[in-house]
Design a protein around this ligand. Sequence first.
Ligand SMILES: Nc1ncnc2c1ncn2[C@@H]1O[C@H](COP(=O)(O)OP(=O)(O)OP(=O)(O)O)[C@@H](O)[C@H]1O
Ligand SMILES: N[C@@H](CCO)C(=O)O
Length: 317
Amino acid sequence: MAVYTKLADDVVASFLTQYAIGPLTALQGISDGIENTNYLLKTVSDEFVLTLFEHHNADEVASFVRLARHLGQAGLAVPMPLDDIQGVWLHELSGKPAILCRRLPGTHTDQLTSEHCAEIGRGLAQLHLAAQDLPQRRVDERGFDWWLAIAPELKANLSPADQALLEAELQAQKDGRTLWCQLPHGWIHADLFHDNALFLISEQGTKLTAILDLYNACDGALAYDLAIVANDWCREKNGIWDKARLTSLLVSYESVRPFTTEEKMAWPLLLRGAALRFWLSRLLAQRLATQQGRTLPADKNPDEYRRKLQQQQQQQQ
Ligand SMILES: Nc1ncnc2c1ncn2[C@@H]1O[C@H](COP(=O)(O)OP(=O)(O)OP(=O)(O)O)[C@@H](O)[C@H]1O
Ligand SMILES: N[C@@H](CCO)C(=O)O
């Protein structure tokens, strides 16, 4: 994981002859991520990441790249595909859309601090503002309609208690729909977990160096995007909140884009919606993995998000 499409060295070496980056010197599959195939590769000139899209067609990839270019022009550090010598950035490898991006600096961390949360809060707010004037937002394929569509088939394998938890949340989300629709909307990242960010730590402090994986970006409530971040960056896997990290995230986000009154009112609803979304998508990923004889990585366990949803419901009773 996640190398779903295996590429031989000579195939990649031949692919690279289309670019002015020199010959391949090293190729290694990237194990992080569960959606696309990624390879880290080196040439004599630099390091690059080759991505093969496993679920998206060329038009969808073009939409992500349009967003990435727009954000890049606004000064955000996001991966942008390189043009080959013909000026073409979108290619096909093994029948799948493929792009080559420069490797961005920094590393992932699982030891999240208030400094990381402040950085990502600011970065996310900047992303929201920078993308405001970019039209043609994609529909959220994992949004409210998908929750209602997928829940009945996933429910069958849940315990009676979990079925009740799911039903209660779907009802609460239906009841909250009017408020949700009143919130400021725009392009959202929609999957900004901490494994989609890179950081550099130096004497100057902790610096966000990349926001990765724009491949779920879509139209959505901006504060919902922040709730997705809060659930992952500011809570332990057992669901317990780290209050210092949460405060740091919210203060930093708000220093760039202040919240509306409706967003403050909707915050508990958004946190639960964000937990529900990833509970359902992990249940689906688990089912697919089982069907294919694979196991999900331990850090993608659906139970984490069931617990987070359950605790959030209990806190609000
Ligand atoms: N431009 C880049 N620079 C540095 N590292 C990168 C770059 N692109 C991807 N990576 C590395 O590859 C990993 C997987 O990439 P990405 O998150 O896009 O894959 P994915 O399969 O879509 O992931 P997810 O399961 O989060 O949707 C990243 O976590 C990161 O470590
Ligand atoms: N970030 C997602 C996986 C990719 O969409 C999760 O942790 O469930």
